[in-house]
Design a protein around this ligand. Sequence first.
Ligand SMILES: [Zn+2]
Length: 89
Amino acid sequence: MQPFYRCAGPNCGLLKQSTDRWWLMWTSFGDFNRPVLYLCSWDDQLADREGVLHVCGELCAQRLQSQFMGNILDNLIKRPTLNASRSSP
Ligand SMILES: [Zn+2]
């Protein structure tokens, strides 16, 4: 059975056809001790990993990147103690 993938882009939900050239995106915190957004071309093995987003194209990748950046800014605003600690000697 062919697994099916649906685009994770906001308001998209497109189903992947076998010949479509899609993209993969995911976020990881571990490698650099901060949220990092990964984007790479489609890979069947990577696509089945937990937390990996399936993206139909550039537009949806841009929307997801925008969401990611927005979430980070929200977190920075909600945690002003991070900035305050920088001024202490
Ligand atoms: Zn899409």
